[in-house]
Each structure stands twice: as structure tokens, then as C-alpha cells.
Design a protein around this ligand. Structure first.
Ligand code: KG4
Ligand code: ZN
Length: 338
């Protein structure tokens, strides 16, 4: 018998709903919030209000797109953290109400684990899924982690950022350059026509497999402040080279520790996940490792990189198979936990 799961994602500023039939996607819809653009970042209170407006239409639309009736759904899976509390509460309330009303199991999903499990979604254009165990570089707006993935449920963080996340670094660098939020995709776009070695920035020295990006952010800030004193048009004139150099630096930092993790663990299957995995330079750096014969690499289809509910639904599916259900008293959490 096929299993139908409704997935709900509302941890940050995208309201998303998906329906899957076993590992296949029937619908995966995302309502982006545009209310944050004028503020240069996500405003939590505005995010939760927009989730409240979006959630019912998005879910209704997902069911219609999937051509599925409510009473065909076997379980509802939703993100219960990490994320913004007010945002998480909207998805949580809906999921609990839906499970109760329909008399079906409620499944909590860790957002960061779901990014990794996006590799197991079956859909046209998805590459083959990685075999266990594999390493996953999980890079999003709030997290940067090297994860040793033993199976669908056992994931150990073996390295992580001690300050800013990679996505945050992209966004902050973009903001310093006067680009709108979220700046990551814009840096990616400008970097395509720029010289990655035009402006060298220092690399952090961090012990073990951890990361640090705050030094890079500060050096970009000071470098641009000094250049702007000499030439107020410096950023405009060098936009592409600046974007390419910043992107190159972030990728080098990410790849250095990841190579170290691969050599320490002896694991040759290396995956990429999270919003920053949409970055074309990072995707190329992964492909280059494969071409050199160093690793087997796994990169999700573009639409499963940034936040989406399909990844929540697939994570819910694997929990459903284990009958790993949650109670109505479960509360969301804001900071990452295993
Ligand atoms: O996983 P995600 O969608 O949301 C979180 O869980 O945080 O990641 C969002 C992050 C943002 O910082 C955004 O700027 C970054 O992913 N991002 C990118 C690209 N697309 C999204 N960063 C660099 N290049 C991109 N193409
Ligand atoms: Zn995410």
C-alpha cells in the first residue's frame, strides 16, 4: 500500500506544503514572503503573520495539485525546529489541528535533518541517493555543519560553525555591498562574470572540523570601508570581482574542512545540502572533487536545496515507517539539537 504524507515547513520566511506518495513528489509548493525586503533581513513578527495568512491556501493548493483528498493522507509531518519560534508555531498549530481532526499520526521533523534527507526524494532530475554512511555539508542561512549520516535517523554533527553560518556570510557581505536581502543568490549571479582572485581575503584558523566566518565578514567590511574612502564608486565598479572573490573565499573555507573530514573518516561519499547548496560555485567545487576521482558527490536538485516542504515530507515518511510519532503536547525548539 502506498503511503501519503503531508509535509509542512514554516521555520523561517517561506511557507511550504508538500504531498508525497512514498518517496515520490506529488506537490511541493512554496509561498515566499516579500515583506522582509525593505528591512534587509527576516523580521520574525512579520514572518509569523505572513505564515498565518499563507498556510491554509498553500496547503489547500498542495492537496489540489497532488489531486489528493484530505482523508487519503496517512500522516502529517511538520518542522518543529530549529527556526524562529513564532514561525514554527504556525506550522505546529496547523499540523496538530489537522492530525487531531483527521485522526492521523503527527510527525515532528528536524529542519536540518530534512535538508539532508532531501537526497532521498524521488523526482525527475534528482541524482541517485548517497549510500550510508556518507558525509553531508549542510549549509543554510542559520547553520553550517559537517554531518556524518549513518542512516535516515542517526546523524552526528562532526564539525560546525563557531559563529556565523555560510548563508549568513553571503547575505551580510551582500548587504555591505548594498544588495537586497537575501543576497546569497545575487552574489552568485554577479560572481559568474567576476575574477575570483581579484581580492584575496584571509582564511580563518579554526581547530578540528569547525568553521568560522566572522573574521571574513569583518575583513570585507574594513576592506570596503577603506576603498570607499578613496573611491565612492568602488563597489559599483568592482561588483562582479568582489562577488566572485567573496564567493571563492567562502567556498575555499567550506571545502578545506570538508576535505579534512573526508580524509579523517575515510568516507568517500560526500553530499551537499541546505540553501547555500544552490550556489553554482559550490556545486562546481563538488563536481571538481568528483572529476579528480576523490569523492562520489551528491547534490540535490535545485528546488530541494532551499527551504521546501518536500524534504519535510520525505523525512516524515522515514519516521512513519518506524512508527516514530509525536504527541499533541510536543513543542517547537529554536536552536539545533540532534
Ligand atoms: O536552507 P535555507 O533556504 O534556509 C535556512 O534554513 O536558513 O537557506 C537560506 C540561505 C540564505 O542565506 C541564502 O542567501 C542562501 O541560503 N542561498 C544562497 C544561494 N541560494 C540561497 N547562497 C549563495 N548562493 C546561492 N545561489
Ligand atoms: Zn533551511
Amino acid at each position: 500500500m502506498s503511503i501519503y504524507i503531508l509535509g509542512i515547513e514554516s521555520s523561517c520566511d517561506d511557507t511550504s506544503a508538500a504531498v508525497i506518495k512514498d518517496r515520490n513528489i506529488l506537490a511541493n509548493l512554496v509561498a515566499n514572503q516579500h515583506v522582509h525586503k525593505d528591512f534587509g533581513g527576516v523580521v520574525p513578527e512579520l514572518a509569523s503573520r505572513a505564515h498565518q495568512q499563507n498556510i491554509i491556501p498553500v496547503i489547500d493548493n498542495a492537496l489540489a495539485t497532488a489531486n489528493i483528498r484530505k482523508n487519503q493522507i496517512h500522516a502529517v509531518a511538520y518542522t518543529n525546529g530549529p527556526g524562529l519560534l513564532g514561525s514554527l508555531l504556525v506550522g505546529t498549530s496547523f499540523a496538530k489541528g489537522f492530525a487531531l481532526a483527521m485522526g492521523i499520526p503527527l510527525i515532528t521533523v528536524n529542519h536540518m535533518h530534512a535538508h539532508i534527507l532531501a537526497h532521498f526524494i524521488e523526482d525527475e532530475g534528482q541524482q541517485k541517493a548517497p549510500p550510508f554512511p556518507f558525509l553531508c555539508l549542510t549549509v543554510s542561512g542559520g547553520h553550517t555543519q559537517i554531518v556524518l549520516v549513518r542512516d535516515y535517523h542517526q546523524m552526528e554533527v562532526i564539525g560546525q560553525t563557531i559563529d556565523d553560518a555560510a548563508g549568513e556570510t553571503f547575505d551580510k557581505a551582500a548587504k555591505i555591498m548594498g544588495l537586497p536581502y537575501p543576497g546569497g543568490p545575487l552574489i552568485d549571479k554577479h560572481a559568474r562574470d567576476g575574477d575570483p582572485n581579484a581580492f584575496p581575503f584571509p582564511h580563518p584558523k579554526v581547530p578540528g572540523l569547525n568553521y568560522s566566518f566572522s573574521g571574513l565578514k569583518t575583513s570585507i567590511l574594513y576592506f570596503l570601508r577603506d576603498q570607499l574612502k578613496k573611491d565612492p564608486g568602488f563597489i559599483q565598479k568592482n561588483m562582479n570581482d568582489l562577488a566572485a572573490s567573496i564567493q571563492h573565499n567562502i567556498i575555499e573555507i567550506l571545502m578545506k574542512q570538508l576535505r579534512r573530514a573526508a580524509s579523517q573518516t575515510g568516507i568517500r561519499h560526500v553530499a551537499l545540502a541546505g540553501g547555500v547548496s544552490a550556489n553554482s560555485g559550490l556545486r562546481k567545487a563538488f563536481e571538481a572533487e568528483k572529476d579528480r576521482g576523490n569523492w562520489e558527490v551528491y547534490i540535490p536538485k535545485f528546488e530541494y536545496c532551499t527551504d521546501n516542504a518536500a524534504m519535510i515530507a520525505i523525512a516524515g515518511y522515514f519516521k512513519y515507517l518506524e512508527k516514530d510519532f509525536s504527541s499533541q503536547t510536543t513543542t517547537p525548539f529554536t536552536r539545533y539539537k540532534d
